[in-house]
Write a protein that binds this ligand. Structure first.
Ligand SMILES: [Zn+2]
Ligand SMILES: [Zn+2]
Ligand SMILES: [Zn+2]
Ligand SMILES: [Zn+2]
Length: 700
């Protein structure tokens, strides 16, 4: 097999071939003339083939099949880590061992006579999975994750765990049930442990007797325990999904009624508030059309629902991805994994990038459900003119689950340079090639009339390239909080940090324009569902503005400008850009500039009155203001804010919603009376965001 290259290297190589052959100009010219994505991918595919840079069947060898030897190696490394009490490493290694272990053939399991102990050899294919599961259950027990431990024990028993060792598993099961307060099941498990002790062929009679006595003692102990013991569950509680404030929008199905979609030809579509909105109000709750788990999380999160789990189940066929439940395993396979299963590790090695994984997922979902040719024809018909309702369905609604909304996301094709398009076309051609050579997507059912496979491939390639352009401008990250072990506050309190676990295509969130000083914030709930909340007061008629990853407090104006122009193809005209607000460390925090509560204009500097009375008149609306009470009110509120901030930073369990509401009151006060930028305003927004993050995906 040839050395595995990345798509970036393949692209570089192709470019140098073209240079050597003096074809750069002619190819650029040809490429620039193309108006269809399918043709662009076809040209890229042709060039890759000519220069022998694309896989012929068999060039890419599937590398993610189950492997007994690898599974055993990983399990042995896991054992070493566990002996050293390094539970975290052991957990990871056992999980990988489980992912890699071959499934015992089902016939063998069903023929098994309970009393025979055929699995004498622990290196046998029939027990590798069970042994890895059982070993992981021991780590999970040591980590006090009893629910996950019980799940692994159940799986180990299902997959052929050797009878001679079963007593150990039942004993562990009993201890888990005890820890969870389920004494009846604990007792039953111990009776089973006692029963299976007779099959423990590797033990001497003496040793068996010792264990039997231990079990007896434990049974006695349970019998004496009070059955009223409270059951405490350690299961990660599914955070509740918030619902939209002010009722549902009838046009944009997952949005609140407090926003609406507007359109001006020069500006395109945008979202505005239909009423005054408070910070913390929920504007959108959106399940994406599609989402993908990032490869870095394959061994810690479910490939289907993107939720973390310590007792992940393996895919039946590959050693790449895992699932939190049987349900997720089945649904993932039926929806898309039946196609991408054999090619995932090759795509990882090709380093195609997160957006390519998401583009591929979307294309697989679309191919599964419909005849692409007629789908594209009808989408093109409906969306021919750029108008407000592009991507809407026949009922006049804009729905996150409609492909048309994703199809019509802005890709900025006409603003891209030929080189940019060419590079993306090469990536699409490489992915298309993997689909051709490694999966059944294009295999023809010869019994029916043969469809035009060449055309089908071109359409799929075209869709891939379409999404390789529109996702980088529109996709959102899926994230969650984890306790950071490396970063701690001075008194040893761990700091929470946000980690990216996936990428998702949200049709409604994609309607939002950018500001370096956004008025909304996104959080991920229950895996990939996005919740959009206001992060400062939004007045009726004001545009709702998200942040595309470049915030004024974190990135300076030049940096923001260059990123927004290259990635999103626009020049930002937000207030932070036009007024060149300073970044976080330089934000003003003394001598606030006060605003007129009536017209929001800046008030003249306050005279220092020896009697303490601070009186001023608005030059704009002539309203007189006695600022004495207001200033003292802000001071009191600021003191309270500092205390609340400590709560937030400590990250210790509390009523996050309640705390957020207190912070919102402070923010409203600052918003009303103090001119921005203002450091405390920024801190308060961050604190509110953190509170909501604690109610969202949060991996304790
Ligand atoms: Zn799941
Ligand atoms: Zn698989
Ligand atoms: Zn800006
Ligand atoms: Zn005024």
């Amino acid at each position: 097999m040839l050395k595995m290259e990345t798509v970036g290297e393949i692209f570089q190589e192709l470019c140098s071939y073209l240079r050597i052959k003096r074809r750069v100009e002619s190819v650029s010219e040809l490429f620039a003339k193309q108006t269809s994505n399918s043709n662009r991918v076809e040209i890229a595919s042709q060039l890759l083939k000519e220069h022998n840079l694309i896989a012929t069947p068999g060039r890419y060898l599937r590398g993610n099949e189950k492997s007994l030897t690898r599974s055993i190696d990983l399990r042995n490394s896991g054992n070493k880590a566990f002996q050293k009490k390094d539970d975290k490493t052991a957990l990871m290694l056992y999980t990988q061992s489980i992912a890699t272990a071959p499934f015992p053939s089902m016939s063998k399991i069903s023929n098994e006579e309970l009393e025979t102990d055929f699995a004498e050899n622990e290196d046998d294919t029939s027990v590798a999975l069970a042994l890895a599961l059982a070993n992981r259950s021991a780590v999970l027990f040591s980590m006090s994750n009893y629910e996950a431990c019980l799940s692994d024990i159940k799986q180990a028993m299902k997959y052929n765990y050797p009878n001679k060792l079963l007593y150990k598993l039942f004993e562990r099961q009993g201890k888990c049930f005890q820890a969870l307060g389920n004494l009846k099941s604990a007792m039953e498990s111990l009776f089973d442990a006692r029963k299976w002790l007779f099959s423990a062929s590797a033990l001497t009679e003496e040793k068996k007797e010792t264990i039997r006595l231990e079990i007896e003692n434990f049974v006695q102990h349970l019998a004496n325990s009070k059955t009223t013991e409270i059951s405490h569950s350690l299961q990660i509680e599914q955070p509740l999904l918030p619902s939209c404030s002010y009722g549902k929008n009838h046009e944009i199905l997952c949005a609140s009624d407090c926003v609406e979609l507007k359109f001006i030809p020069e500006m395109g579509r945008y979202i505005v508030a239909t009423r005054d909105i408070r910070p913390g109000d929920v504007l959108v709750v959106e399940k994406p059309f599609a989402s993908v788990l990032l490869p870095d999380c394959y061994w810690t999160h479910c490939y289907n629902c993107l939720q973390p789990s310590q007792s992940l189940l393996p895919c039946y066929h590959c050693s790449t991805v895992m699932y939190c439940s049987e349900k997720c395993r089945t649904s993932s396979w039926d929806n898309s994994h039946y196609i991408d299963c054999p090619m995932l590790d090759i795509l990882q090695k090709l380093k195609i990038g997160n957006m390519s994984f998401l583009a591929l997922r979307i294309v697989i979902l679309v191919c599964k459900c419909q005849d692409i040719q007629s789908l594209i024809t009808s989408l093109e018909d409906e969306g021919k003119c750029i108008d407000r309702n592009r991507g809407f369905n026949n009922n006049g609604t804009y729905s996150s689950s409609d492909y048309s909304a994703i199809y019509w996301l802005v890709g900025n094709t006409e603003k891209r340079e030929v080189g940019d398009l060419f590079r993306r076309a090469v990536t699409a051609a490489c992915i298309l090639n993997c689909l051709e050579t490694m999966t059944d997507l294009f295999s023809v059912d010869t019994s029916s009339s043969p469809p035009d496979i060449t055309n089908y491939k071109l359409l799929v390639g075209g869709l891939l390239l379409r999404h390789l352009q529109n996702l980088p401008c529109n996709a959102h990250e899926v994230s969650g909080l984890v306790r950071s072990e490396t970063r701690t506050l001075k008194d040893g309190v761990p700091v929470w940090k946000s980690v990216e676990v996936g990428a998702a295509a949200h049709a409604v969130l994609s309607l939002l324009n950018h500001s370096c000083d956004p008025n909304v914030v996104r959080h991920s709930y229950q895996g990939d569902t996005a919740v959009l909340r206001a992060i400062r007061p939004i007045a009726k008629g004001e545009q709702v503005l998200d942040n595309y990853g470049y915030h004024y407090a974190l990135h300076d104006r030049t940096e923001r400008k260059s990123h927004l122009e290259t990635q999103y193809h626009f020049t930002c005209m937000c207030v932070a850009c036009t007024e060149d607000w300073p970044s976080y460390n330089l934000l003003p925090n003394i001598n606030p500039i006060y605003l007129c509560a009536r017209c929001r204009c800046i008030l003249p500097a306050l005279p220092v009155d020896p009697t303490g009375i601070r009186f001023t008149t608005c030059t704009n609306c002539s309203e007189s203001h006695d600022m004495t009470d207001i200033i003292s009110k802000i001071e009191t509120s600021s003191e309270e804010f500092c205390q609340n901030l400590e709560h937030v930073v400590s990250g210790e369990g509390c009523d996050w919603e309640g705390l957020a509401q207190k912070l919102v009151c402070h923010l409203q006060l600052l918003d009303k009376f103090i001119q921005r930028p203002w450091k405390e305003y920024n801190d308060c927004q961050e604190a509110i965001k953190q509170c909501f993050a604690m109610t969202a995906n949060c991996y304790k």
